[in-house]
Design a protein around this ligand. Structure first.
Ligand code: ZN
Length: 416
């Protein structure tokens, strides 16, 4: 039985292999985030004020009992999945029920061989790889690990959850993409788990729709090495706060004649999710050649450069104005001609339009974030309309139709 369980857990390796990329980047991002937490925290930030038991021998009790440690642990996970990822009630009910199935929602749960650990029984070394890393055996740290993975190495789960419209399809997304088990694997205990999920939905009143942005976290592709090991890391993605936004007049991410092929945020991307950025496509766009060069829109420092399945090859600049800008879909990593740590100037050639990740044509996905470079998520996380930051032909704000181009980057006027 144990051997069989371990074999199934081993499948998670397939998910992990090949995505161990930027551990050092992860550490530097975490370090920067911690600095930001302590320097910018204010009362407007969402902070977890749920008092929960950190686990240990005392965690337990009937999860339906509001006074039990398990109930409080589940409430913590629900609040964060709801607020930080905007998972639907059904998505959350499925994730919680699977956590109950896997471990009784106990962050201290370890299988007898020590090869899987925690609420969702992550691989913890040996034959199963080591997703768990040095994550603390606490509810907070493990929910943070799950959130990090949903934004990076396990983004396929997020895409599946965004498309799921009931408990069963949510369970398929979590089981196949996060747990790494086959859809028909009897270990899923589909009937039992679905029943539990229905109960979870009722007990915790999870009657809300979701609004997952699958583009969220495009700069957090640190793969399985991003393990966010402690309570500090748990707090960091919530607590950095908006630094405001002044209009930038130093240029656009492209030069010459261009079209805006995706606006903000009223353009539905491939998955139908809202699109938190603007897509710029030069008229003479190609995979190579100077007419499709991508330029920094402000002075700053390259703070991240990586690849994921949504943004493709991307980089992030932290501007001297305190704003973070994101440039996605470059054809290759080497098409990004700057490196992490490089100082860049407004107007400097940094990358190239391309079609890697989720992109339907050659373009650059450009996004603006005022809080940190960690979340490319809804506005509550600091994401701003590029139309509020750049001098665009027309403000591409909510429910504003993108004006038709082509435009000229030097005038901002339509060039038809
Ligand atoms: Zn885009």
């Amino acid at each position: 039985m144990l051997e069989r369980w371990m074999q199934d857990k081993k499948r998670r390796l397939y998910v992990i292999i090949g995505i161990i990329t930027t551990g050092i980047l992860s550490i530097s991002v975490i370090a920067l985030m911690c600095v930001m937490v302590f320097s910018t925290q204010n009362a407007n930030c969402w902070n977890d004020d749920t008092t929960i038991d950190d686990g240990g021998t005392s965690i337990g009790g009937d999860w339906k009992d509001p006074n039990s440690a398990t109930h409080k642990a589940i409430q913590h996970a629900i609040d964060r999945f709801h607020k930080e990822i905007k998972m639907s009630g059904d998505n959350i009910a499925a994730a919680i029920a699977i956590g109950l199935r896997e471990s009784g929602f106990n962050p201290k749960a370890v299988n007898p061989a020590g090869s899987v650990k925690g609420i969702w029984q992550w691989g913890a070394g040996g034959i199963n790889g080591n997703r768990y890393g040095d994550t603390a055996d606490t509810v907070q740290a493990q929910v943070q690990l799950a959130i990090n993975e949903l934004h990076s190495s396990h983004k396929a789960t997020l895409i599946g959850l965004a498309a799921a419209n009931n408990i069963n399809s949510s369970m398929v997304a979590w089981d196949t993409k996060f747990e790494g088990v086959g859809e028909n694997d009897p270990q899923r205990k589909v009937a039992d788990t679905a029943k539990t999920a229905e109960e979870v939905k009722k007990v915790f009143k999870l009657d809300y729709a979701g609004d997952i942005d699958v583009f969220d976290g495009g700069n957090n592709d640190s793969g399985s090495s991003d393990t966010s090991s402690d309570a500090n890391s748990s707090a960091m993605s919530d607590a950095s706060c908006d630094t405001g936004l002044d209009t930038n007049t130093d240029g656009l991410p492209v030069k010459g004649k261009y079209n805006i092929t995706g606006g903000y945020p009223n353009y539905a991307g491939l998955t139908g999710a809202e699109h938190y950025g603007a897509d710029f496509q030069t008229v003479n766009h190609t995979m190579t050649g100077g007419e499709s060069n991508v330029y920094a829109v402000h002075d700053g420092t390259v703070v991240a450069k990586s690849f994921d399945s949504v943004g493709g090859n991307w980089l992030v600049i932290k501007g001297t104005d305190g704003v973070f800008t994101y440039y996605g879909h470059a054809p290759t990593q080497s098409a990004i001609v700057v490196n992490t740590g490089d100082k860049v100037s407004a107007g400097q050639h940094i990358s190239h339009e391309g079609q890697t990740g989720e992109a339907t044509g050659i373009h650059v996905h450009f996004a603006v974030q005022t809080k940190d470079q960690y979340n490319w998520a809804p506005e509550s996380k600091g994401l701003k309309s590029p139309g509020l930051y750049l001098k665009l032909p027309s403000k591409a704000g909510t429910n504003v139709v993108i004006p038709s181009g082509p435009f000229d980057s030097s005038t901002g006027k339509s060039d038809k």
